[in-house]
Design a protein around this ligand. Structure first.
Ligand code: SF4
Length: 383
């Protein structure tokens, strides 16, 4: 069983070894599916050739830590394995989804490694390295691109672009996972961005608190915090990911003054039930991580089998309103194809607005006529 093998691995303190800060050493990761046999994971002979095909297009990579979170070795039934093991359905692409539905690479990239979809924000693609290749990722197209770490020239060009556009107030360092960069490379990026006086905040998008939390050391957090205000957005999708190690990582960030928000993805078989979502959201609050977004899984090539209907997300979110503290309810959004931006797709609780009265539908389904003093609108049509 997976857990028995890995528990022993952790017990023997080999994890310290594995957590060497020299992250470029790929032998700290499992990238060969045949090695999974040691952990009790194997595909049947009919499926195995298809899996081999899948990983040519969408490679496999995982940390022993993340693998240790799996509760079983049931390939299609475990919320951890569903997120990290290749699946034969990844190369079927029944609906002809493209690999860049948000048109990040061309339409919205004014200079290499920079994405700008909003007037006041920009995203730096700092690397394509990740600790785990998440099967639901919307940037799977980067995985086979070789080394995409940002270089000096690219960073200079980005800084020039940002300096010339003072309306950009918020820079998101993303990837891949920017915390996979060597600390001095990450520090250089932070330093360069912080020096631009018109930038108010820096955000880092990283899944390492989930996939390799031991990398989030106090030292790393202290270094990052120097260039604050820095916020960190992470991605816990399953309550099984809320381990003691993950809590320590988030606490290290918080103690350094780096607020941590969570951006879950709604994934079939992982978190598409009210009970699981509640457990996840309550668990996040317990480790002081704010549930920020619940993203609908995007229509990306290789991800189709993990998508749920939008109505499923709506049902979950609607039910959360009556069963969960408002602090723990994320905003459910769709990132619209072609890069037109995020659209909240919350249930509409406003039925009608007339002078003096707003008619509301409660999450429990009751209709309430709520008195409103504002007489400005004769009639407001709910589109
Ligand atoms: S860590 Fe983020 S960028 Fe990397 S594979 Fe997972 S979702 Fe994609």
């Amino acid at each position: 069983m997976i857990n028995a093998v890995l528990a022993e691995y952790v017990e023997n303190k080999k994890m310290t070894d594995f957590l060497s800060p020299i992250l470029s050493q790929n032998n700290k990761f499992i990238t060969d599916i045949d090695m999974l046999k040691d952990y009790g994971i194997k595909w049947d002979t009919d499926t195995y050739p298809a899996i081999k095909q899948v990983i040519k297009k969408f490679p496999f990579k995982i940390t022993p830590y993340y693998l240790s979170l799996a509760a079983s070795n049931k390939l299609n039934n475990d919320p951890i394995l569903l997120q990290c093991l290749p699946d034969a359905r990844e190369i079927i692409n029944k609906h002809n989804f493209c690999n860049d539905p948000l048109h990040e690479d061309f339409t919205h990239s004014p200079v290499p490694k920079l994405i700008r979809r909003y007037p006041d924000r920009a995203v730096i693609i700092a690397t394509n390295k990740c600790a785990v290749f998440c099967r639901h990722c919307d940037r799977k197209r980067f995985w086979n691109n070789g080394n995409m770490d940002i270089n000096k020239k690219e960073l200079e060009e980005i800084v020039l672009y940002l300096r010339a556009r003072p309306e950009i107030r918020d820079v998101i360092i993303s990837g891949g996972d920017p915390l996979m960069l060597a600390p001095d490379v990450l520090e250089e990026i932070l330093w360069q961005i912080q020096r631009i006086k018109t930038i108010d905040i820096i955000r880092i998008g990283s899944r390492l608190p989930v996939t390799m939390p031991m990398r989030i050391t106090k030292e790393l957090c202290t270094m990052i915090a120097q260039y604050g205000p820095v916020w960190l957005n992470t991605q816990f999708n399953s309550p099984m990911e809320l381990t003691r190690d993950a809590a320590v990582a988030c606490n290290n960030l918080l103690m350094a003054g780096i607020p941590v928000n969570n951006q879950s993805v709604l994934i079939k078989g992982v978190n598409d039930s009210l009970e699981t979502m509640k457990k996840l959201l309550r668990g996040l609050l317990k480790i002081k991580v704010r549930p920020y977004y619940l993203f609908h899984c995007e229509p990306v090539d290789g991800v189709e089998h993990l998508r749920t209907p939008v109505i499923k997300g709506l049902e979950i979110i609607s039910s959360l309103y009556s069963t969960c503290s408002g602090l723990g309810i994320p905003r459910y959004v769709v990132d619209v194809p072609s890069g037109a931006g995020k659209v909240p797709i919350d249930s509409n609780y406003i039925v009608d607005i007339k002078p003096g009265t707003i008619t509301l539908k409660t999450p429990g389904g009751a209709t309430i006529h709520y008195p409103d003093q504002d007489q400005r609108y004769k009639y407001y049509k709910i589109e």
